[in-house]
Ligand binder design. Sequence first.
Ligand SMILES: [Fe+2]
Length: 345
Amino acid sequence: MNDLGRIEDLPADYVQDMRQHNLVPLWPSLRGVLPPKVPTRQTQPTMWPYGTVRPLLMRAGELTPIEKAERRVLVLANPGHGLDKMQASAAMYLGMQLLLPGEWAPSHRHTPNAVRMIVEGEGAYTTVNGEKCPMSRGDLILTPTGLWHEHGHDGTDPVVWLDVLDLPLMYYAEVSYHINGARHEVQPGHGERRYARGGLLPSPMFERSAQAYPMLRYPWAEARDALLDLAADEPGLEQVQITYVNPETGGDVQNVLGFYALMLRPGQSLRLPARSPAQVFHVIEGGVRMACLGQTFEMTEADTACAPGYEGVTLTNPHADRPSFVFMADESPLHRKLGVYEVRG
Ligand SMILES: [Fe+2]
């Protein structure tokens, strides 16, 4: 491939003239925006150990009252993008959020889609359009685009959860905004019981639900059992993984990001192929050695890491006597909609 002309090759007054008229020559930047074969990626393999995050988050609980924060969050920022960009990857934002006993994070809704993966503590809840979703370790709670949500805490100890949002994409697309609302009357949650049995869906008057988000809470106890059953059913299965789906359609739970849970058998090493989307890993139980792009992270419970797209990732369970469980998020739904989803093997 021949080298293209550089900006320095052009007369300075010519460049100046163009810039004054809001014009820029393409050829000096062409290879940057359309590189050969592999995209330019700012996302770097990065780990955020919970042992590092937790004391700093608890300090935020002392320093900043909830009224001054609304959402008391430390953002897990990927240094490859620059910390001020507050993004883990091109489309994913990660934040560790702390709610102390008795606190309340007021009702709002926004265009970005969010999920919560509960990391620590009992007694907190999220209401989504008024439906109460209790929060326990490993539960996944959806707060999709446009749905009212607020957080409360009736327990006695700090509660921490991992927020995963498509905020960087929404912000980039200039569609990110929020609206504050009044406190909702809380209804008990129901979705996870209604959809608790595989292949059996409610159909009152022979009609299926047309709700875009029929299920808002995915209890960890169910996901964990599903993984253990799958592993027992298929002893030779290499990738013991489930996907969080909309139970009515079988499709992705949200429009932009995809969510999964993975079980590594005792001592197992699993090579995830190079795929186009960036990925996030959060250890729910056990431990994981994650290797990507020559870097290795020793992850223990509640640690979080991310990997750029187009790179293979190897996950190893260092424990010979017990399985490890990992929550994963990626940009697959977005890539499929854009028509750029790739598995390179
Ligand atoms: Fe929110």
